[in-house]
Design a binder for this molecule. Structure first.
Ligand code: NAD
Ligand SMILES: O=C(O)C1=N[C@H](C(=O)O)CCC1
Length: 264
């Protein structure tokens, strides 16, 4: 199959191919004329199948317990990685950075969220953070989600905390003494993060900012995993142009570029 520009299609494997995200990612890659889906790897399948199929990029949508092993395998077999799997800590990211030094031509994209709405909420929260004394993050997800807080919420809180620190803000005021442990949520770099799990939801997030006499609420709602697929494809197409570890899809996007119509 040709990419339409005379180039060979990029050969893509999906890890976690039978999961909720993986199934949609396989369909999205399969439907893209410039990409070729060469391997669909599920739990228990041999990763060697990926090399045998000549995959150039692996999309990992598995589980926190599997993602590190998959990234290490890909980097040691010459395969770029795009992953939306959660469970990232500073230590895990440092380990991947270290592996990347052994494979300097390869790129790894860790994308806490592939949805443009969520990426923009993170950006807007970063921009707003220095103007408000108080801030909290509430994430709301389907109850089959394995982890809490969500990777997106952790990243959002970290970005807010960094923006507050850069602006020299005091800690978020909070005189509360918890009567029940957990009532005030988790503390991510000084920002409270609350996780709701509710049947009927898919993936949602609110950033609540408050100052004297006013609040600002930033909210993103994902109703269908289709919303993640354009971001997955951006990652797949651009990862080879970004050697080393990149955290956040925003680094592959021109969020500050000239206005364009949606879909252009
Ligand atoms: N970044 C984003 O935009 C985004 C969006 C949705 C979900 N996620 C994250 O992506 C991950 C997957 O989400 P999901 O809802 O599809 O979960 P899921 O449980 O439906 O799918 C995970 C799949 O991975 C498989 N798996 C486990 N270990 C494996 C291994 N070693 N090799 C290959 N496959 C393996 C499981 O059998 C399962 O089929 C989660 O961490 C989730 O939080 C990220
Ligand atoms: O459904 C999930 O699981 C999601 N996980 C990501 C996260 O933890 O931030 C992105 C949203 C959906």
């Amino acid at each position: 199959m040709s990419a339409g520009s005379g180039q060979e299609p990029l050969r893509v494997a999906v890890l976690g191919a039978r999961g909720r995200m993986g199934r949609q990612a396989c369909a999205a890659v399969d439907a893209a004329p410039d990409l070729e889906l060469v391997a669909e790897i599920g739990r228990g399948d041999r990763l060697d199948a990926l090399a045998e199929a000549g995959a150039q990029v692996a999309v990992d949508l598995t589980v926190p317990a599997a993602v590190m092993g998959n990234v290490e395998w890909c980097l040691s077999h010459g395969v770029h990685v795009v992953t939306g799997t959660t469970g990232w800590t500073a230590d895990r990211l440092d380990t991947v950075r270290q592996w990347c030094t052994q494979a300097p031509a390869l790129g790894v994209l860790v994308a806490p969220n592939f949805g443009i709405g969520a990426v923009l909420v993170m950006r807007f929260a970063q921009q707003a953070a220095r103007f408000f004394e108080s801030v909290e993050v509430v994430e709301l997800h389907h109850p089959d989600k394995l982890d809490a807080p969500s990777g997106t919420a952790v990243r959002t809180a970290q970005l807010i905390a960094a923006a507050r620190a850069e602006a020299g803000l005091d800690p978020v005021p909070d005189a509360t003494v918890e009567a029940l442990e957990g009532a005030r949520g988790a503390d991510v770099d000084g920002v409270r993060v609350h996780a709701v799990r509710l049947r009927g939801l898919l993936a949602h997030q609110e950033v609540l900012l408050g100052g004297p006499g006013e609040t600002l609420t930033l909210r993103d709602d994902t109703y269908d995993r289709a919303s993640f697929m354009p971001g997955v494809l951006v990652g797949v197409r651009k990862v080879a142009d970004h050697p080393g570890l990149t955290v956040g899809l925003e680094n592959y996007l021109d969020l500050d570029g000239a206005p364009r119509r949606a879909g252009d």
